[in-house]
Ligand binder design. Structure first.
Ligand code: OAD
Ligand code: ZN
Length: 271
């Protein structure tokens, strides 16, 4: 019934979509704050920069997690969003996820607010590397590295390594500088231009749909505020509470995969 109401509210409007970790749980990637989420404390950028030991631990976990991420597949929810964009209903997707699944599902305009696991940057010279190529180097330098059994995968694609002793951290092949995956670390700021791009997408749309985010993180809630200030209706699809439930025109407490699929079936005919 709330799906019907949402369809009514969204009919004839170009929509901006903001997604969070919830859209990827059906692809086997855990979220941060949902039921069964791992209770780890993510490493901060300060800790990463401060010690070689921290970087060793980070890189072992990030490398192993990348292998799991690379094997994950987009689900029907990601595909529905790509379909909605192709049909001219969705303007694009702003995502807080770093798993790259929207891009792989075929969405064209994707603003990755928290960066992406697919790229690694040199903090010294700025050179950007493809993660796949880098992962091959990591494997060659650390032939002993294997995925432990029963891994607890983190939402940012890292695992907690049993040990990081002896791990050789990759360095920039151009200048030897320190490398860091192109993701926003816990407690780090989103680049200003990136947030502008997200804002722009909301400002050029006529409704905002939130899918699979608790909206605990400020950038997400700020986009809701932007939408509200412009009197755009906000539709939320999320299992469990979000920080903007009271500001939503419709809240659907259901699975994003099913609901987005229903939107993709029903909205294009109504434009
Ligand atoms: P959260 O884990 O905070 O929220 C995900 C929400 O999705 C939870 O409320 C889940 O109950 C819900 N959920 C899970 N699977 C679902 C499904 N299949 N259908 C519907 N709902 C589902 O994740 P985010 O809001 O994305 O930032 O977290 C935002 C940011 O917090 C992350 O990007 C990360 C973290 O700090 C950085 O790392 C910078
Ligand atoms: Zn470099």
């Amino acid at each position: 019934a709330s799906i019907d109401r949402a369809v009514e509210v969204l009919t004839g409007r170009r929509i901006a979509v903001l997604t969070g970790a919830g859209v990827s749980t059906d692809s086997g990637i855990p979220d941060y704050r949902g039921k069964g989420a791992p209770t780890r404390t993510p490493m901060t950028a300060q800790q990463f920069l401060a010690s070689a030991e921290a970087r060793r631990r980070y890189w072992v976990g990030s490398h192993l997690g990348w292998k799991v991420f690379a094997a994950a597949e987009p689900n029907d929810g990601h595909r529905a969003l790509a379909d909605l964009e192709a049909a001219g209903v969705a303007n694009g997707v702003v995502t807080q996820n770093v798993d790259g699944l929207h891009v792989r599902a075929g969405s064209g305009r994707v603003v990755e607010l928290h960066g992406t696991m697919r790229r690694v940057g040199c903090l010294h010279c700025g050179q950007v590397f493809d993660r796949r190529d880098l992962a091959e180097r990591v494997e060659a330098d650390n032939p002993w590295i294997t995925l432990p059994e029963n891994v607890e995968l983190g939402p940012d694609g890292d695992v907690t390594p049993a040990s990081a002793d002896g791990f050789i951290v990759p360095a920039c092949s151009v200048c030897g500088g320190m490398l860091k995956p192109d993701v926003v670390f816990f407690g780090e700021y989103i680049p200003v231009e990136k947030f502008r791009e997200a804002e722009q997408l909301v400002h050029t749309s006529e409704a905002l749909v939130i899918a699979g985010s608790s909206l605990v993180v400020n950038s997400g809630i700020r986009l809701v505020e932007r939408a509200r200030r412009r009197r755009l209706p906000v539709v939320i699809i999320n299992r469990g509470e979000t920080r903007a439930d009271r500001r939503a025109a419709v809240k659907i407490d259901g699975g994003t995969t099913d609901v987005l699929r229903a939107f993709a079936q029903r909205l294009p005919g109504l434009l």
